[in-house]
Design a protein around this ligand. Structure first.
Ligand code: THU
Length: 130
């Protein structure tokens, strides 16, 4: 699968990051089963812990619009290495998106693809609540 368009959208979303405290800009783009793309950026507030990561912004935007099935999520950072999603986002990706492809993008816009289950093996899920 070619994720060039999704990568482009994640990189574009990074420009919208509101990160005045960390100066760490992140963008994400989420691909639905029927090929719609929802993007998001990280948003920080003066009360630091109320920050939301780019991945969760994109996922919550999509879910709040009624989307439930996803194929992939791309995450872009200005980092030398491929950006590494935080633990909270790993849970949310695994939980709400399933075992999707996760495209990790570095500051040179190079990318690599891994599965959500590689990011979060032995994940807690709805099945554990039954
Ligand atoms: N951040 C993300 O948006 N996604 C990640 O995968 C890692 C971290 C944000 C949260 C915070 O605004 C800033 O990056 C520094 O942690």
């Amino acid at each position: 699968m070619n994720y060039d368009e999704l990568v482009k959208k994640a990189v574009e979303a990074k420009q919208k990051a509101h990160a005045p405290y960390s100066n760490f800009h992140v963008g994400a783009a989420l691909l639905t089963e029927d090929d719609k793309i929802y993007s998001g950026c990280n948003i920080e507030t003066a009360s630091y812990s109320l920050t939301i990561c780019a991945e969760r912004t994109a996922i919550f935007k999509a879910v709040s619009e009624g989307e439930r099935k996803f194929k992939a999520i791309a995450v872009a950072g200005d980092t030398d290495d491929f950006i590494s999603p935080c633990g909270a986002c790993r849970q949310v990706i695994s939980d709400l998106c399933g075992n999707v492809d996760v495209i990790l993008i570095n500051g040179k816009n190079e990318h690599k693809i891994i599965k959500a289950s590689e990011l979060l093996p032995f994940a807690f899920s709805d099945k554990d609540l039954r």
